[in-house]
Design a protein around this ligand. Sequence first.
Ligand code: AMP
Length: 213
Amino acid sequence: MRMVLLGAPGSGKGTQADLLKDKYLCAHISTGDIFRRNLKDKTELGVKAGEFMNRGELVPDEIVIGMVKDRLREPDASSGFLMDGFPRTIPQAEAFDAMLDELGTPLDAIILLDIDEEILVKRLTNRRTCRACGKIWNLLSMKTENKTVCSDCGGELYQRDDDAELVIRNRLKVYHDQTSPLVSWYAKTGKLYTIEASASPDETLKKIQAALG
Ligand code: AMP
């Protein structure tokens, strides 16, 4: 399965990709995660990307495109992939089409996770990630008393720097200006499925699976 998950920040792309990768046994490629790893390791790529990420802006196309090209050549991507957070601009989508043409591996589906903007802001300000296992939690739906540790592995939960409310508002604006034009771009392929994504992750997963048949 080769799939793109499209949607505003906080729409659940990362969570759904994690659930879907186990069902379809393919690679979860999150450009945001790759940047965050590089930022943590203080690589040249990480330092460059960090400047944009902390302002809620997009990392320049040429950096992202080169990185995805390399990532797609890794062995685990040959059995399929779930793209989470890429493409995010029309030039990225054009470059991605060219990469897939070259590899002879067309996309099977593009999933648009559709959700009300105020729900997004609430989700993002309450989002926490486990430092140890990377699992994404939401303070509002966590069932445990202690909301500073991961219920799965006991790791410390942290808030992403770009989940501060002002940065979130900017990321949503960037989404509307630069990423939402991809919806009509992909609608033309006849492989775009729009999924209402305000319910729980499991319910959203069921809707995606029903759409994919
Ligand atoms: P995400 O985890 O997908 O929300 O991405 C976090 C941040 O990484 C974004 O706000 C951007 O600054 C950067 N980023 C991730 N993917 C891309 C992309 N495809 N194009 C440009 N910037 C990206």
